[in-house]
Every structure is written in structure tokens, then in C-alpha cells.
Design a protein around this ligand. Structure first.
Ligand SMILES: [Zn+2]
Ligand SMILES: [Zn+2]
Length: 470
């Protein structure tokens, strides 16, 4: 049989996938599994290459070039974002019109990590590591691209492959592509994305319908007061700032869930990651880099330039016996309820101001409280999630398909889901013979690479079935 005829034959064995009345070509499933197996060494090699040369958000120039080269070799055209390194590639089906399906992988890495994972292909870029597994996501999507490109003559509709830069740093690659209009231009009707999950075994996949991941906002508080000798300055900015951190964190993380009877798994979280001091004579605006502030504001949209111009700059001032003029605190507020999110932003601002007022009997303290919009909560379309669960149960056996609780991290994928219904799911990477969980965003993150073959096969299968669905 000629190759073309063979591929055609994969599409003509309908068997009812009764729950969603879907044609379910059994030969297609076997073919995709076989293709994913054949591609696995290449996908692993791509992952290892990306892993060794990680680049931080907005600075992924070499990674972008690598992806572009792979797409070009496969004969897949792509469009580029103007403001970030993101790209959207297109595979058109040759069998007529049909839905436009979006598949997304991110490709930025994290700064401030020196890799300690027990692998030979550790990061060669000092202080940067693929500690969130985006190297896996991108190599898998390139594998999916190869399978779908081969099947394209028999596919109805279009697949859009979104390679997203700068997922980790606000405003995030998705927001920028939406801001540019690049995303809307693709006409994507349903979108799917996966994230690796160290808590799930390799070869398993996890879903949650409805609200899945938390909304995030960045909080910036600057407290200013009179600087001077540690023996004399009272009240001072450091004390006021410490009180704000303690009281606000206690309120959100301890008191509020009890007051409102919010179960722990969906309760909001406030945490502060950075605290800077400046002074006694200097101007905090100049001394403390407004790195996140600049890239968070869409009206100043030159994120690639802004981020790369001031990479990971940290200025720490002060000494133990001098009270500084300003203290700046940077934190995040995470919520899984949009109404509570809006209310909390206001409440926290009022609480910070009240604290300052109470301590401000000399009139020397001021407080600047800013919130930068982060990503909304990630809402998986319930019907599409049920479809994906059905596809996964057909692809693997049901014991390898898990239903998940909410995940307190946030994801730039949530931005696409504000535009287009879709599903974000998780892919297990924990080795079968180990119970050691190496968490995301740590220098130990370890991926059982057998997960990649499963991830490629399942995403390709999902895309094909979604294209065949009316
Ligand atoms: Zn991450
Ligand atoms: Zn991630």
C-alpha cells in the first residue's frame, strides 16, 4: 500500500465513542502511538538540547531560533510575535474545512536556579534552568507537529501550534500575543495545553473541569519614612513595612479562610518574595529597579527590551544600625474566585494604609500600594474536559487518567481561555520506580523522559479527534 493510501485508511474505521457520539478510528490510535514511539528519541534529544541552553523570559532568542529551524525543516510555516519571541505555526488539513484547533507549549526558563538534577545534560547557562519543564512542553509540541504534518492530507480543519515565550513573567507571552492581535488573527476555536506534573507518575495524565488554577496579582508596596541613626528614628519605615507584611499575610492566609469558611484547597494565598531597602539619602525609584512594574504595564509594552536590559538586577542597601528611607515589598496574591480577588485587592490596600495611619503620629510615614493585574483564574471548559478525559481513557487505560484538585499556581494559558474555550491538563513525569517528588521551580526538577512519548502521542490524538468532531 502506498503511504498516502495507508494514511487514508487510518480515517475510515469508525466505531462509536458513545459518550460523545464520536467517530473513533482504532487504526488511527495505533498509528499515532507508533509514530510517537518512533519519534521519542528525537523528542528526547530536542528536550535535552533545550534543557542545556535555557533562556529567561523575554530573552529566548536562541530557543526561538531552534524552534523556527525545526518548523522550517518540517515545512511548517509560522508567524512571529513582534514584542516577544513567541511564534504561531500553522498546519492546514488537506481534506476540507473543519475546526481550528490550538495547541500550546511555552519555552522560557527560570533565572536564579543552578541546576542540581542528577543528569548529564545540565544547564550550560549559568544561573538559568528549565525548572518548570517548558523544555519538555516545547519538544513534545514539535513531536506533535511532525505527526500532524504527516496526517495533514486527511485532516479537516487547521491546527495552530502556539510556541509561547515568557510564560513565567508578567504580562506573559499569551497576554502580549492577545494585545498584539496575533492570537485572535488565528481564528482558534478550541485550545489545549499541557504542563508536566512531578506528583503524577510518567504515563499518566490529569484533568480538572471548571476552575483549575489560581488567578495571580502582583502587589507592590513602598513605605517611606524619615531615615537616620538606628537609635533615634521612631516610627520608621522598616517597622511599618514589617507590620504590613505580618498583618496582611496573616489576614489572607489564616483569618480569611476561617471567616468565610473557604476550604484549604481553594483558599487565597498572599506571599512576599522580595523586600528591598533604600536610603537614607537615595531615591528609591532610582535605586530599586522597577523591573516587574515596567513589564507589567501594557502601555509600556516593550517587555523584551525591558526585561533583557535589566536582567535579575538586585540592589540591596542598608546596614544594621541605619534606618532606611524606603522599604519596598513585592508579593503575589493568588485567588480562585474573581469576586474575592477584586474585594481582597481593595481590602489589602485599606489595611496597609490603616497600619501606616496608626503608626504615623509624627506624620513622617507614607505608603504607596500598587496592584498589577496578573493572569485570571484558569477555567477549563467542562464539556471539552469531559471529551479530553474520554480521549485519554481511549488512549491509555482508565487507571492512568486522574481527576485533580485545584492547583494554586497560575498560568498564562488562562489568558487564552478568556478568548477561546479549551482545556489545560497535566502530564505525569515521576519515575515509575521512585516516590521522590522533585517539585517544579526547584533546582532538582527531574523528568522521567518516557513521559514525553506519552505526551506527544496523547496530544496528537486529542488534536485529531477534536478535528473530526463536528
Ligand atoms: Zn513555572
Ligand atoms: Zn510552567
Amino acid at each position: 500500500m502506498k503511504r498516502e493510501e495507508f494514511i487514508k485508511s487510518l480515517f475510515v474505521f469508525p466505531a462509536a465513542l458513545s459518550a460523545i457520539n464520536h467517530p473513533h478510528p482504532v487504526l488511527m490510535l495505533e498509528h499515532i502511538k507508533k509514530s510517537a514511539r518512533a519519534l521519542a528519541p528525537k523528542v528526547v534529544a530536542m528536550r535535552r538540547h533545550l534543557h542545556q541552553f535555557p533562556e529567561a523570559s523575554y530573552c529566548e532568542v536562541q530557543t526561538r531560533a531552534y524552534i523556527a529551524q525545526q518548523l522550517t525543516e518540517m515545512g511548517i510555516p509560522f508567524e512571529s510575535s513582534e514584542l516577544t519571541n513567541s511564534m504561531i505555526a500553522t498546519i492546514r488539513g488537506g481534506a476540507g474545512t473543519g475546526p481550528v484547533i490550538g495547541l500550546r507549549a511555552d519555552f522560557d526558563a527560570l533565572a536564579d536556579f543552578d541546576e542540581k538534577a542528577p543528569v548529564e545534560f545540565r544547564s550550560k547557562n549559568p544561573n538559568i534552568m528549565h525548572a518548570c519543564g517548558h523544555d519538555c512542553h516545547t519538544s513534545m509540541l514539535l513531536g506533535v507537529a511532525e505527526i500532524l504534518k504527516e496526517l495533514a492530507p486527511q485532516l479537516k480543519g487547521t491546527v495552530k501550534l502556539i510556541f509561547e515565550a515568557a510564560e513565567e513573567k508578567l504580562p506573559g507571552g499569551s497576554s502580549v500575543m492577545i494585545h498584539e492581535g496575533l492570537y485572535q488573527k488565528q481564528g482558534i476555536e478550541r485550545i489545549f495545553g499541557a504542563h508536566i506534573d512531578p506528583r503524577l507518575k510518567a504515563g499518566t495524565v490529569g484533568f480538572r473541569e471548571g476552575d483549575f488554577m489560581f488567578a495571580i496579582d502582583e502587589i507592590y508596596i513602598t513605605v517611606a519614612g524619615a531615615p537616620g541613626h538606628g537609635a533615634t528614628v521612631k516610627p520608621n519605615a522598616t517597622h511599618a513595612a514589617a507590620t504590613i507584611i505580618a498583618e496582611l499575610t496573616e489576614y489572607v492566609n489564616e483569618e480569611l479562610p476561617i471567616q468565610l469558611n473557604i476550604p484549604a484547597e481553594v483558599a487565597p494565598v498572599l506571599s512576599f518574595g522580595n523586600i528591598y531597602t533604600a536610603g537614607p539619602e537615595s531615591d528609591a525609584a532610582r535605586e530599586i529597579p522597577d523591573f516587574y512594574g515596567v513589564v507589567s504595564r501594557m502601555e509600556l509594552l516593550e517587555p523584551r527590551k525591558a526585561a533583557c536590559a535589566t536582567p535579575f538586577q538586585r540592589i540591596v542597601g542598608g546596614s544594621s544600625n541605619v534606618v532606611m528611607k524606603k522599604v519596598k515589598m513585592e508579593g503575589t496574591l493568588r485567588t480562585l474566585d474573581e469576586k474575592l480577588r477584586v474585594k481582597l485587592r481593595e481590602t489589602l490596600c485599606n489595611k496597609a494604609r490603616e497600619i501606616i495611619q496608626k503608626k504615623n503620629h509624627l506624620g513622617l510615614l507614607t505608603c504607596d500600594f500598587r496592584v498589577y493585574d496578573g493572569h485570571p483564574l484558569l477555567h477549563n471548559d467542562p464539556t471539552l474536559t469531559q471529551h479530553c478525559v474520554t480521549y485519554a481513557q481511549a488512549f491509555a487505560d482508565a487507571s492512568r487518567v486522574k481527576m485533580l484538585t485545584p492547583w494554586k499556581a497560575s498560568e498564562s494559558f488562562a489568558q487564552y481561555l478568556q478568548q477561546t474555550p479549551g482545556v489545560f491538563y497535566r502530564l505525569g513525569i515521576q519515575p515509575a520506580d521512585s516516590n521522590d517528588i522533585t517539585p517544579l521551580h526547584t533546582d532538582r526538577l527531574f523528568v522521567d523522559e518516557s513521559a514525553l512519548e506519552f505526551g506527544v502521542g496523547f496530544m496528537a490524538y486529542l488534536a485529531v479527534l477534536e478535528m473530526m468532531r463536528e
